[in-house]
Design a protein around this ligand. Structure first.
Ligand SMILES: Nc1nc2c(ncn2[C@@H]2O[C@H](COP(=O)(O)OP(=O)(O)OP(=O)(O)O)[C@@H](O)[C@H]2O)c(=O)[nH]1
Ligand SMILES: [Mg+2]
Length: 286
């Protein structure tokens, strides 16, 4: 099987991979976005449970750490182009392990090398930004807890480390900016960011919140795509049902934030962009 339409979905635990997968699957089946399901999908197990929970207005569980399943979705776009999308679900600890140990298991190595497009999910609410001279007087930083000072790299540095490890494995070391693999950074759980950022451009928010990572991304890739994602549109819990959600149906919820800050409720857009770049202008007009 060729990998030309596989997406390497990269995201640590809790960034929203499974919920996005489940919502995306629902949209593809409903078929009112840029991409739709065109044939029988296989290996849907990881998402079935999550879709059931969402139907009830509840959130789904954490994916078991060691699980890795490639789900295969035959899709087509509005121009009739067909593709087989390989969409994985896995326990996000596998990603954290790669950046912490700097070891890439053989099966991950293969995926990293073969996939034409990387989709990195980053949940800003979960990223800790360390104090530096801009947020705290230098005195406070240098005198704090010298004794049991545990050296830990910052979350931003860990993300950069991760991408560098993956690029190294792929052999994509270059003095010019990369065109391949294509990359899209999806700022997930956008609804958590509060109302003051709702109309901001995802690029601006990423630059503000994770400046070092943003600069790495911009200097490494020629055209990194940065979008916002709220797969659920609001927080759900695993204990209480959100009645409005279950009455209206989860497919009425969720949105993408486009580069210009506008909302689109077509959750298939990032995939469509990664599989056929150059078409965002066409999309935005729609
Ligand atoms: N507010 C809000 N919460 C979300 C959204 N998407 C997912 N969540 C919540 O975020 C948590 C983690 O989402 P998952 O999809 O399970 O994350 P994951 O990346 O699959 O995590 P692992 O399975 O541990 O790798 C869940 O409690 C979801 O309810 C969203 O768009 N908005
Ligand atoms: Mg999961």
């Amino acid at each position: 099987m060729t990998n030309e339409n596989s997406i390497l979905l990269i995201g640590e635990s809790g960034v929203g991979k499974t919920h996005y997968g489940a919502q995306l699957l629902k949209r593809l089946m409903k078929g009112d976005g840029q991409l739709r399901m065109d044939g029988a999908a296989s290996n849907l197990e990881p998402f079935e449970g999550a879709m059931e929970k969402l139907n009830e207005g509840m959130s789904a569980d954490h994916t078991p750490t060691s699980l890795y399943i490639d789900s295969i979705w035959p899709i087509s776009d509005s121009y009739g182009t067909r593709a087989e999308l390989v969409w994985p679900d896995y326990g996000g600890e596998q990603i954290k392990d790669i950046s912490m140990t700097r070891r890439v298991p053989a099966n991950w190595g293969e995926r990293v090398i073969n996939s034409p497009a990387w989709l990195l999910l980053v949940r800003l609410q979960k990223m800790r930004t360390n104090d530096d001279i801009f947020s705290k007087p230098l005195n406070d930083i240098s005198t704090s807890d010298k004794e049991n000072h545990e050296i830990q790299i910052s979350d931003q540095a860990r993300l950069i480390e991760l991408l560098q490890v993956l690029l190294y494995v792929r052999g994509a070391i270059s003095t010019t900016q990369l065109e391949n693999p294509r990359i899209c950074v999806l700022l997930s759980c956008w609804d958590e960011l509060g109302t003051e950022v709702q109309d901001e451009q995802p690029t601006v928010i990423l630059q503000e919140r994770l400046p070092m990572f943003f600069n790495f991304l911009k200097s490494t890739w020629k055209e990194p795509l940065i979008l916002g994602l709220s797969a659920l549109e609001r927080s759900l819990t695993s204990a209480d049902r959100d009645m409005e959600y279950s009455i209206k149906g989860p497919e009425q919820f969720g949105y993408i934030i486009l580069p210009d800050g506008k909302k689109s409720n077509d959750l298939t857009l990032p995939i469509q962009q990664l599989l056929s770049p150059d078409s965002l202008e066409k999309q935005v007009v729609v």
